[in-house]
Write a protein that binds this ligand. Structure first.
Ligand SMILES: O=c1ccn([C@@H]2O[C@H](COP(=O)(O)OP(=O)(O)O[C@H]3O[C@H](CO)[C@@H](O)[C@H](O)[C@H]3O)[C@@H](O)[C@H]2O)c(=O)[nH]1
Length: 456
């Protein structure tokens, strides 16, 4: 009898990476493949503490394990440079030991591949050294990967310098179906030159990782990104990765989901609620939190607003005086929502989003119009797709002081909610997304072929 295939999955240590890879892992495990999911110890603790009761009770489908990231528990993991340095120094050795231990103890299983986040390319190098097949997973907007692959040509042509700064004032066009990039839309663009350099190094690392990968699984579907897929060799679109594709309970959160918002949504009329969630990395300054709060109040439209501790840079959110009392019957604020279920809820009319790639896919698969408020990385270019290509959303604009004012929020939300054209486009795209993962669809077929490769 053939030995059970076993895959080792390694996400980058961030919410927007652990969550979709966990969803993909559950989907792989549902096909009889053993999955070992390797978090850093720090992230593992958060994930375990946030497991929904349903997952605790059920037999775990995947094995959740952890290895140290080399920092002390009290160290600041928001310090991207320090964390990256530590991960690269200690995690390759730790992963190698883990895989060797698994090989020694599991004689009935065969490690068929290491599946690593593009942002955890070091894990593919380990797999390469150990002679194990390497599968990379792209979790950001795929166009940003196409641009990353194009970076050496852009440098050679003198369009950007070796720090990623635009030299010639021109937009970058990779294909007529892909929105052009202005310099502010580059995934490494940042007003802080030091941070820009760090982000640009990350893009260069992606090139190296790409060379190590035998295959690149992408969290998208062919119909959505066909032009980009043509520019990325080895790319296999198998998304969207959704928990609702295969399992009710979901184990990839760093913070427990507050499901009281679902019963709150049950009490709201259909198509009446504005859902506001800016992902796990966006930070708003206190003035911006005030303007957003007052803008929501000004609309007079019910709202569900996720305010995680990240959004307010670790401090408790402070609202304008009297705001909480005034909106008591209008809004609900939670720390972390079951986002997929919220977006699928008939009461939700639109999604105020930072356009992180996961949120983008979740919103479009649920057919919700977007109000785009990008913060960094691929989010600006994702906004271009949402507003200019798919035409399923509007963008907020900053005023001359760099603030998104209450009036801007309120006006754009009302315009969005009353736009029948945007609503119709969103519903159309929802159907295409759903078809892709249903039996016979493009992602379904690609995923099935991937599973067959694992088994044979
Ligand atoms: O209350 C909430 C809020 C968010 N989420 C989930 O958290 C994830 C957030 O992911 P994403 O929308 O991609 O945002 P980030 O966490 O900001 O993602 C980072 O990683 C993404 C994938 O690489 C990039 O596209 C983003 O730019 C980058 O910021 C999504 O699955 C959401 O469903 C919840 O479950 N509950």
């Amino acid at each position: 009898m053939a030995r059970q295939p076993h895959v080792i999955v390694i996400p980058h240590a961030a919410q927007g990476h652990v969550a979709p890879l966990m969803k993909l892992s559950l989907q792989i495990a549902a096909h009889g493949v053993k999955v070992t999911f390797v978090n850093t110890e720090f992230i593992h603790e958060k994930v375990m503490a946030s497991l929904p009761a349903k997952v605790e009770e059920e037999k775990r489908l995947i094995s959740l394990v952890s290895i140290p990231d080399g920092l002390e528990p009290e160290d600041d993991r928001q310090d991207f440079v320090k964390l990256t340095e530590s991960i690269l120094r200690v995690m390759p050795g730790n992963l190698r030991n883990l895989i060797e231990n698994i090989k020694r103890s599991d004689v009935d299983e065969q490690i068929v591949c290491v599946i690593a986040d593009m942002a955890a390319g070091w894990a593919l190098e380990v797999a390469n050294e150990m002679g194990i097949k390497r599968v990379a997973v792209l979790l950001s907007g795929p166009a940003s990967m196409a641009l990353a692959l194009h970076v050496p040509q852009l440098i050679d042509a003198g369009i950007i310098d070796t720090d990623g700064t635009l030299i010639k004032d021109e937009s970058i066009i990779l294909s007529e179906d892909i929105p052009a990039w202005r310099s502010s839309d580059f995934s490494w663009s940042c007003s802080d030159p030091v941070m820009q350099k760090v982000l640009f190094v990350y893009v260069s690392t992606a090139l190296k990782t790409f060379k190590f990968a035998d295959q690149l699984l992408c969290n998208t579907f062919y119909e959505l990104d066909s032009s980009v897929m043509k520019l990325i060799p080895k790319a296999i679109p198998i998304g969207p990765f959704l928990a609702s594709n295969h399992i009710e309970a979901f184990a990839g959160n760093f913070c427990p989901e507050d499901s009281t918002c679902l019963s709150w949504l049950d009490k709201q009329p259909a198509g009446s609620v504005v859902y506001v969630a800016l992902g796990s990395t966006t930070i708003l300054n206190p003035q911006q939190v005030d303007e957003l709060a007052l803008g929501l109040e000004l609309t007079g439209i019910p709202f569900l607003w996720v305010i995680s501790s990240n959004l307010t840079n670790g401090s408790t959110a402070k609202f304008p005086e009297g705001f909480i009392d005034r909106v008591a019957d209008l809004g609900k604020i939670v720390e972390w929502a079951p986002q997929e279920k919220v977006l699928a809820h008939p009461s939700v009319a639109c999604f105020v989003s930072h356009c992180g790639w996961n949120s983008t896919l979740e919103g479009l698969t649920m057919g919700k119009p977007f109000l785009c408020w990008p913060y960094f990385a691929d989010q600006f270019h994702n906004r271009s797709y949402i507003c200019d290509v798919w035409k399923i959303g509007l963008a907020v604009d900053k005023d001359e002081n760099g603030i998104i004012t209450r009036n801007e929020m309120s006006t754009k939300i009302k315009t969005l909610i009353s736009s029948d054209g945007i609503k119709a486009n969103a519903l159309q795209l929802k159907e295409v997304a759903r078809k892709s993962v249903n039996e016979g669809g493009s992602s379904f077929k690609n995923f099935t072929s991937f599973i067959e490769l694992i088994w044979h």
